[in-house]
Design a protein around this ligand. Structure first.
Ligand code: SF4
Ligand code: SF4
Length: 542
């Protein structure tokens, strides 16, 4: 899908039908229909992927078929409306948070201009308060007395196919980033409303391929690309070769090794695609230097949990796989790589879904003796926590000048920053390995702006939408690029590494994207190194 030239898109964002320009909506929002056209929706899930997921125990993905959002008839089941309303009732009974979010919004508007989709598209229905209203209006109609009696006057409306289509449009124009919830005085988490919308849509067979295909691959082969075990192993071994040729040190690795102390799980994107490959080379270099007793798994070969973007059951099933593998191998604990949504699942949902993981031990670093009390229940330590602890105990020797080709800034990934509070560890690491600066304060830490393409929206057919929703993030990078000559955007999330690369190429050419562990390995002075002249760190072509 082609994307308008930068000048055109910038002009459109400023002059488009945005409340920021004073344009006044001429119709009640309920009367504005959604119009699907190429470029404004992600492709529907392939029939065979839906059927496969539906055939798996504990999962429910009915109504597999070929369909298109542009068609009038979406080939819904005959009783689709009953299915949706029954599904909503079940979820209101099951999730107290949903009931609260449906009832307590006072429409103060504090969240309205905090969403990157609203800022980039100017579409009022992309204001978080409105996004939740798409569901709330149906809730009022069928589950509240006021809505039943007063109807539209009370903000209620009936569930119709037009409403369902609107849900599809706007639940896939939300990256579940939770930035809006930071500003809501009641703590309403619109991301969870979006999650419910997507769950309800799946009940009638409405979902997108860029989520359901990776989810099905993850369930089938252990990683979202569907890499077979031998391919996964080959890829990691290629990276071992690369590290050896650059540093003179060959990392020792093992796969599926029973009795290892640690199971290491990272997003599979790190072992098969740039720029994540360099982050994976960073892990290999780091673990070799400290002599960590660890193993990779070719079965739990994906940290990212695409179930988070579909429904609770799929999220639970994919999360369980990592722990089943840890149990099978008899490791003491798990170290997790640089991933975003993997960590959201671990920190926010794992314990009530699959935990506590009592068959593992409370993580203790065999290198420093540090007990990771924060991981006492999940038994999983983030690589940034692990590395920061190594640095604090003087276990790593750095030569910062090895990163002299880099002037970095740091993007807080939504999930690690807002969902798990991982704010200081990556910064502490960067302080030791590279020259870097912060972006403006209302765009970092808890207030970080999303990359614009998370939660399974990293797909090419909606590239213009992605460039629009990523604009607030790109704008903050542009500020430090212009002011401080920043040329590298560091982050701790594999989806970010993929999405921010496209975003920078579009809005800020010349700014590259990397994982924090890549910068760590660039600066690391290895005990037995025979290092080549690495002008571009681990990216140097010899
Ligand atoms: S900030 Fe919270 S209470 Fe205010 S409109 Fe948004 S969701 Fe509603
Ligand atoms: S969770 Fe993020 S993407 Fe979704 S409405 Fe809130 S700010 Fe927008």
């Amino acid at each position: 899908m082609s994307v308008p030239k930068l000048e055109q898109l910038s002009k459109s964002v400023v002059q488009g039908p945005s409340l920021a320009t004073g344009a006044i909506p001429t119709m009640d929002w309920m009367d504005v229909p959604v119009v699907f056209k190429p470029g404004n929706y992600a492709y529907p899930a392939k029939s065979e992927k839906v059927a496969y997921l539906d055939s798996q125990s504990g999962l429910n993905f009915p109504n597999s078929r070929e369909w298109s959002p542009e068609d009038e008839d979406w080939k819904l089941p005959e009783d689709w409306k009953d299915i949706i309303l029954k599904g909503l009732k079940e979820r209101l009974d099951k999730f107290r948070s949903l009931k609260i979010f449906m009832d307590c919004c006072v429409r103060c508007g504090a969240c309205a201009d905090k969403c990157h989709f609203f800022l980039g598209t100017g579409d009022p229905k992309n204001m978080p308060v409105m996004r939740a209203e798409l569901l709330r209006s149906v809730y009022r109609n069928d589950f509240t007395l006021g809505g039943k009696i007063l109807g539209k006057m009370a903000g209620a409306r009936e569930m119709t196919t037009a409403v369902l289509k609107e849900w599809f449009m706007y639940s896939y124009q939300c990256t579940e980033c939770r930035r809006c919830s930071v500003f809501c005085p009641y703590g309403i988490d619109t991301a969870e409303v979006t999650m419910m919308l997507r769950e309800l849509l799946h009940l009638v067979g409405v979902g997108i391929n860029w989520i359901l295909e990776p989810a099905s691959n993850s369930n089938r082969t252990g990683n979202h690309m569907g890499l077979q075990p031998h391919t996964f192993k080959d890829n990691v071994e290629f990276l071992v070769d690369d590290v050896e040729s650059l540093t003179g040190v060959r990392p020792n690795i093992s796969f599926n090794r029973k009795g290892a102390e640690v199971l290491f799980i990272t997003p599979s994107a790190d072992v098969f695609a740039e720029p994540g490959l360099y982050t994976a080379m960073g892990y290999l270099t780091l673990f070799e230097e400290i002599g960590l007793d660890y193993t990779w798994s070719t079965y739990a070969s994906e940290g990212g949990n695409f179930g988070l973007f579909t429904n609770n059951e799929t999220m639970k099933k994919l999360n369980a796989k990592m722990y089943a593998e840890a149990k099978r191998l008899g490791v003491k604990y798990i170290i997790g790589g640089e991933c975003g949504h993997m960590w959201r699942v671990i920190h926010q949902y794992m314990d009530t879904m699959n935990g506590p993981a009592d068959f593992l031990e409370k993580p203790v670093s065999s290198i420093t003796g540090t007990v990771f009390e924060n991981a006492a229940s999940t038994k999983m330590v983030h690589i940034s926590e692990f590395t920061a602890d190594l640095i604090k105990h003087g276990k790593l020797k750095f030569d910062k000048s090895r990163n002299s080709h880099v002037k970095a800034t740091y993007h807080d990934s939504c999930n690690t920053a807002r969902a798990m509070g991982l704010l200081d560890e990556p910064r502490y690491i960067l302080d030791h390995v590279v020259d870097w600066v912060e972006m403006p304060e209302n765009t970092i830490r808890e207030q970080t702006f999303c990359c614009g393409s998370g939660t399974g929206l990293n797909t090419d057919e909606i590239m213009e939408l992605r460039m629009r929703s990523g604009l607030p993030r790109a704008n903050a990078v542009k500020y430090v690029h212009d002011k401080h000559d920043v040329n590298m955007l560091a982050c701790v999330c594999a989806i970010d590494r993929a999405t921010l690369t496209s975003l920078m190429d579009y809005w800020n050419p010349g700014v590259r994207v990397c994982g924090v562990t890549e910068l760590v390995a660039n600066a690391l002075v290895l005990k037995d190194e025979n290092r080549a002249e690495l002008d571009d760190g681990l990216r140097t072509m010899l």
